[in-house]
Design a binder for this molecule. Structure first.
Ligand code: TYD
Length: 336
C-alpha cells in the first residue's frame, strides 16, 4: 500500500508511521506535515533513511500541494493525524483549529474523492461528544462539543459523514480517548507534569483535579488504526478507548510517587474555562468487529513514559522554553 500520513511529524502520527513501516516493510509511507510547533522530525530519526519513507513539508489547507503529493506518489489511502490538538490553545486562539481541522479535512476528503483513494481514516477525539456524568458515549451518541478544539473536530467529523452519505467517499472516523506515551509535546497533562517535575517545578492542577479522562497508550492506538485502515467498512465510525478512567489528581499522584516526590509539588490553579468534567467512550464495537483489545497496562505505560522523558531532556527542553508555551499557559498559572 502507498499511504499518506498527514500530520505524520507530530506525536501520534510519528508513532503510527514507525509502527506501519516496521509491520509492513513493503508499504510506502509519505509523511505530509506542515511542521507547526508540535511537528518534529526528530520523532522520525529512526526511519528517515528508510527507502519506503518520504517526508514532504506541506499544509493540508493548501489543496494544490496536497493534490501534488498524492498524485506524484500514487497514494492509495490517507490517515489524517493533522490537527491542532491542545484545548488550552484553542481557548486562547481558535483560528488555526478551525482552518486545519475543518478546511484541512475538507481538502483531504476532496482529494480522496478526486483520486479514488481506497480509504481515508480520520483520527478524531472523544471530546466531540462532550462531557458525560455517568455511562459512556457510543458511536451513535450525538455531538456536544464544548471547546473550540472539540467543535472544530466535530465539524470535520460531520463533513466526513456528509461525504460518505453524499458521494460514498470511503472515509472511516475514529473517536479516541486521551493518548499518552513517548514524544508527546510537553504541554499536555502527562508530559507537562513529568517534565515540570524533572525541572524541579510544581505541577498546575486545574480546579479540584477531579476531572476524569480515559487513557490509551500510543501502541494500542496504532494497532487500532491499523485494523481500521485495513478492515473497516467505508462510512463507519469507531470509538477507540480502554475503559481506563482516571481523575487528574490520581494520575498526578501516580507520577509523583513514581518520581519519588511528595504532594507538596502540586499547585492547585484556576479551572480551565468550559472544562469538561468527564470523558468516557464505549469501544465495544471495535472489539466486537475486529477483536481489538488494549494491551498496555496504564501503570507500566506511565512508568515507561516517565523513564523516556528522564532520558530525553534533549528532546523536550528546547520545546518547553518556547515563548508560545508560556503565552498560552500564563492565564492558568494564577493560584486558585
Ligand atoms: P490535556 O492533556 O490538555 O488533554 P484534554 O484537555 O484534551 O483532555 O488535559 C487533560 C486533563 O488534565 C484535563 O482535564 C485538564 C487537566 N490539566 C491540568 O489539570 N493541568 C494542566 O496543566 C494541563 C495541561 C491539563
Amino acid at each position: 500500500m502507498r499511504l499518506l500520513v498527514s500530520g505524520g511529524a507530530g506525536f501520534m502520527g510519528s508513532h503510527f508511521i514507525k509502527y506501519i513501516l516496521a509491520k509492513y516493510p513493503d508499504y510506502t509511507v509519505v509523511n505530509f506535515d506542515k511542521l507547526t510547533y508540535a511537528g518534529n522530525l526528530e520523532n522520525l530519526r529512526e526511519v528517515e533513511n528508510n527507502p519506503h519513507y518520504k517526508f514532504v513539508q506541506g499544509d493540508i489547507c493548501d489543496r494544490e500541494a496536497l493534490e501534488k503529493v498524492i498524485s506524484e506518489n500514487k497514494i492509495e489511502a490517507i490517515v489524517n493525524y493533522a490537527a491542532e490538538t491542545h484545548v488550552d490553545r484553542s481557548i486562547m486562539d481558535p483560528d488555526a483549529f478551525l482552518r486545519t481541522e475543518i478546511f484541512g479535512s475538507f481538502n483531504l476528503l476532496e482529494a480522496t474523492k478526486k483520486f479514488n483513494l481506497t480509504k481515508m481514516v480520520q483520527v478524531s477525539t472523544d471530546e466531540v461528544y462532550g462531557s458525560i456524568e455517568d455511562g459512556s458515549f457510543s458511536e451513535e451518541s450525538s455531538f456536544s462539543p464544548n471547546s473550540p478544539y472539540a467543535a472544530a473536530k466535530a465539524g470535520a467529523d460531520h463533513l466526513c459523514r456528509a461525504y460518505f452519505v453524499t458521494y460514498k467517499t470511503p472515509v472511516v472516523v475514529t473517536h479516541s480517548c486521551n493518548f499518552y506515551g513517548t514524544n508527546q509535546f510537553p504541554e499536555k497533562l502527562i508530559p507537562y507534569f513529568i517534565t515540570n517535575l524533572i525541572e524541579g517545578k510544581k505541577v498546575p492542577l486545574y480546579g479540584d483535579g477531579k476531572a476524569v479522562r480515559e487513557w490509551i497508550h500510543t501502541s494500542d492506538h496504532c494497532r487500532a488504526i491499523d485494523v481500521l485502515l485495513h478492515k473497516a467498512a467505508p462510512g463507519e465510525v469507531y470509538n477507540i478507548g480502554t475503559g481506563k478512567e482516571l481523575e487528574n489528581i490520581e494520575i498526578t499522584k501516580m507520577i509523583l510517587s513514581e518520581m519519588g516526590l511528595g504532594e507538596d509539588m502540586i499547585e492547585p490553579v484556576k479551572d480551565r474555562p468550559g472544562h469538561d468534567r468527564r470523558y468516557s467512550i464505549d469501544c465495544s464495537k471495535l472489539s466486537r468487529d475486529f477483536g481489538w483489545k488494549p494491551e498496555k497496562d496504564f501503570a507500566t505505560g506511565l512508568k515507561e513514559t516517565i523513564e523516556w522523558y528522564k532520558a530525553n531532556a534533549d528532546w523536550w527542553q528546547p520545546l518547553k522554553s518556547g515563548e508560545h508555551l508560556d503565552y498560552f499557559r500564563k492565564q492558568y498559572t494564577d493560584k486558585a
